[in-house]
Write a protein that binds this ligand. Sequence first.
Ligand code: AMP
Length: 282
Amino acid sequence: MIAVVKTVSEIKKQVSEWKRMGLSVGLVPTMGFLHEGHVSLIKRAVEENDRVVVSDFVNPTQFSSSEDLETYPRDIEKDTLMCGQAGADVVFNPEADEMYPGDFCSSVSMTGLQNELCGKSRPGHFGGVCTVVCKLFNIVSPDRAYFGEKDAQQLAIIRHMVKDLNMNVEVVGCPTVREDDGLARSSRNSYLNEEERRAAAVLYRALCTGRDMILAGERDCSRVTAVMKSVIDEEPLAEIDYIDIVDALTIEKTEAAEGDILMAMAVYIGKTRLIDNMFMKI
Ligand code: AMP
């Protein structure tokens, strides 16, 4: 079993020992309840760094009061086992008050990149993400940090934060790991019952429909999203939060499917909100 570290001072001490030895450090930030998607990030980090820290922390500041902070799935024993098997060296699993003591009063805020997609339906979410990622970068001082393309808006926002604030870390984006029917792996998939799990494959089907229209020459994004919406609407358990096509860099809505674009969606399957996206270079 690899070490589970609970305090900021302990993980800082461990990392500074590694740095003194001239070792490179990779960080994989997660909210735990690990699956094959997380494992792919950890394995990539292990390949590219001498030591790997996986943070396992359900970050309260990125949840609104109506969201699933309390019920978010947790299993630190299984996570630790999976991290060890994937080759990580340590799991950083702080309590909330270790990260946010009572007198905590600073945060990272963003003005751009969060006006569309999840930023619209989850106000405050990306501020919480940036703040915790900034803290993790300061605590772990990684040479490289690994994030999934599954959360494409988050990845774009973190890349921008690192550039804007001159952070000394290389951000590495990793491809989305999917189930056999195309459903993107997600800790929240564990909320789905059997019928909902079957229905959830509709997200990827809709993305593939959009992709095929664009590959066939359609350039009008509103026509593409209209057809994608109709695919989702055929599934009675699904309810659309948003389906949009945006510029992959600026995350702003685009009318024409040209250049680097992102087809992105959030869809409720029953009570569970799932997100997915597909990048295309036209
Ligand atoms: P989470 O624990 O859901 O906050 O995710 C932690 C990291 O794993 C984020 O960078 C996610 O983008 C990434 N991730 C989550 N699901 C997947 C997936 N299916 N494939 C690849 N990366 C993923």
